[in-house]
Write a protein that binds this ligand. Structure first.
Ligand code: ADP
Ligand code: MG
Length: 267
């Protein structure tokens, strides 16, 4: 078989095996090999490394898409100085993602604007980058979807869906009240994931007042029981970061008004 035919067949193999990155890189790799004369092992290693990298990137993009994060802010962007009440060591420990291996949960509790959603997503992002399947939802959305599924006879499928990700982020529990049936749906998602997959849950209500979110205090207690059994609780008591921005802008505005000579332009 001549060299040209072999080359054509090699390309055929790569296409059949769907090794697109390898196929693309092949001409350059062969050219380099002519000059560098690597060992057979080294040549194959370097060529397949290109395919591995491309596959990793494709899977990462897929996991990111699946996660459905509403933002992509990272832990590195989180300003810990602005939130002195937050225990940074706990956040660092969570960032090791050991809690996902342990199928443990994380509760982020605090008033609006203190960075609960940002932290939950930042940890979720870390997990996605580490190869975990993650899914972001709000408590209201979770309940709306399970309710719809129950009506349409897709309950089992939906429960399998909520059980799928290794980390489920449930954001914003407590902004809307949860009447009996909604609470029971949330309970079922949480109890099925119990010791099976991690949850990061954010809420504006302290645990003591969860009775006010749920109509049914027995369900509230049952949910808390499952969630807290293996959980890290992060309490953030500081000021709203959003308001901080507003305050800063107001201060600039006032300073401008007090010193019109320095230009009273509004930012
Ligand atoms: P919460 O979910 O607690 O209501 P968010 O996480 O939505 O608060 O934060 C509100 C806004 O402020 C977001 O844009 C978030 O990225 C930003 N933010 C909050 N806390 C911090 C922080 N400590 N460092 C940097 N940005 C922050
Ligand atoms: Mg939030």
């Amino acid at each position: 078989m001549n060299k040209h035919t072999t080359y054509q067949q090699l390309r055929g193999h790569l296409a059949y095996l769907k090794l697109a990155a390898t196929a693309e890189h092949l001409p350059a790799a062969l050219q380099h090999a002519e000059t560098d004369k690597p060992s057979y092992t080294q040549f194959l290693h370097d060529l397949l490394a290109v395919e591995v990298k491309a596959t990793e990137q494709r899977r990462l993009a897929g996991r990111l898409r699946l996660a459905g994060f509403p933002s992509t802010k990272t832990l590195e962007e989180f300003d810990f100085d602005a939130q002195p009440s937050l225990d940074r060591r706990l956040v660092d420990e969570l960032a090791t993602l050991r809690f996902i291996e342990e199928k443990a949960n994380t509760l982020l509790i605090g008033p609006p604007g203190v960075g609960k959603t940002m932290l939950a997503i930042a940890l979720g992002l870390k997990a996605v980058h580490a190869g975990y399947r993650v899914y972001y939802t709000t408590a209201a959305d979770l309940v709306a979807r399970t309710t719809k599924a129950a009506i349409e006879g897709r309950w089992q499928t939906t429960m399998r869906f909520w059980n799928g990700p290794q980390l489920l982020v449930i954001d914003e529990l407590g902004y809307l009240p949860m009447p009996g049936e909604a609470a029971s749906h949330l309970f079922q998602v949480i109890s099925r994931r119990y010791e099976h997959g991690s949850i990061i849950l954010t809420t504006n209500r302290g645990i003591a007042s969860w009775g006010e979110i749920f109509e049914d205090t027995t369900v509230a207690a049952a949910i808390l029981d499952r969630l807290l059994h293996h959980a890290t609780v992060l309490q953030i008591d500081g000021d709203s970061y959003r308001m901080r921005d507003h305050r800063a802008r107001l201060a600039t505005l006032r300073a401008g008004l007090n010193h019109p000579s320095q230009g009273g332009e509004f930012p």
